[in-house]
Design a protein around this ligand. Structure first.
Ligand SMILES: Cc1ncc(COP(=O)(O)O)c(C=O)c1O
Length: 323
């Protein structure tokens, strides 16, 4: 199945894709008052497995808290609803988009009286920037748009409103012939891409901007840091000057959509030798082997979806023990 087909979960009911509608007067349409997640499940040799769904649900509820939204379901109920929706659609692998939004009531800016609704959409989504980019890398520019300044739009919240900024970064890059833009923060330090975090490698050390650099703290970013340490690499989270982009040996994006995608040039200057670097490749290998279930899941990142699959049985057992 592809985008536009199957069932969507809306406030507890599975509805056909074509019928999953909200009113034009909904608060979210006018004011971007939604928080959401983007997760994936993979078709592994041991069955269909969600990657770090617990962590995605935790970030969703953190985002909702920042915006004083009380989702209609508990975190564990919405988590269970994601699994139920995957099963109902019989997906083996898909992208997972839970969204919590302010619905229909009044159109005053004050969101507090407006009911909070939730939905879960699924669709098949391959390599976000193209399969070939996973090997050959992408050409990017430094965006003329900065990320939101501290104490303006909170970047630790994954809110729809923040994607107005992401859209500006992306449109500028695309119209000028690049795959992506890298935004700086308002102080001029490196922040992130329009929908992915950034890593640089120089002299065998891996660098990534800290959460104070107006980034969304990505779950892939956290996974990359963990895998890099597992592999014995030194990882530093620190404020990074723009010019480090031009003298880095390697660079790559990390995010649920792009997974790990090498960067081969910035502002038309080749990154390192202009090809995917060895540390990027080693991290891609560790990442893809983990998500595809080829490597032991030592961090407990995979949650199997269907009955009879390894972790599904364990989770069902744990639930029964708690009940
Ligand atoms: C702005 C932004 N930064 C970073 C990320 C990467 O986050 P994650 O790895 O949790 O998908 C995303 C993707 O959701 C994003 O939209």
């Amino acid at each position: 199945m592809s985008f536009g087909t199957g069932k969507i979960w809306m406030n507890g009911t599975l509805v056909d894709w074509a019928d999953a509608k909200i009113h034009i007067g909904s608060h979210v349409v006018h004011y971007g008052s939604a928080v959401f997640e983007g997760a994936r499940c993979y078709d592994t040799p041991r069955g269909t497995a969600c990657f770090r769904l617990d962590t995605h649900m935790a970030r969703l509820y953190d985002s909702a808290k920042i915006y004083r939204m009380e989702p209609p379901q508990s975190k564990s109920d919405l988590h269970a609803a994601v699994l139920e929706t995957i099963r109902a659609n019989k997906y083996k692998a898909c992208y997972i988009r839970p969204i919590v939004y302010r619905g229909y009531h009044t159109l005053g800016v004050n969101p507090l009286p407006v009911p909070v609704d939730a939905a879960i959409l699924l669709w098949e989504w391959g390599a976000y920037l193209g399969e070939d980019c996973l090997t050959n890398g992408v050409d990017v520019r430094v965006s003329s748009w900065a990320r939101a300044a501290a104490n303006t739009f909170p970047t630790l919240a994954k809110t729809s409103a923040n994607y107005a900024n992401s859209s500006l970064i992306k449109m500028e890059a695309i119209t000028e012939g690049y795959s992506e833009g890298i935004a700086l923060d308002t102080a001029g330090y490196i922040s992130e891409g329009s929908g992915q975090n950034l890593f640089l490698v120089r002299h065998n050390t891996i660098y990534t901007p800290p959460v104070t650099a107006s980034i969304l703290p990505g779950i892939t970013r956290d996974s990359v840091i963990t895998l890099a340490k597992d592999l014995g690499f030194k990882v530093r989270e620190e404020m990074l000057p723009r010019e480090l982009l031009y003298i880095a040996d390697e660079a790559f994006f990390a995010g649920t959509a792009v997974e790990i995608t090498p960067i081969r040039s910035v502002d038309k200057m080749p990154m390192g030798n202009g090809r995917r670097g060895p540390i990027t490749e080693a991290l891609q290998q560790a990442f893809f082997d983990t998500i595809n279930g080829r490597l032991e899941d030592k961090h407990g990142w995979l949650e199997f979806v269907y009955e009879g699959e390894p972790r599904a049985a364990a989770v069902a057992g744990a639930r029964a023990a708690r009940a």
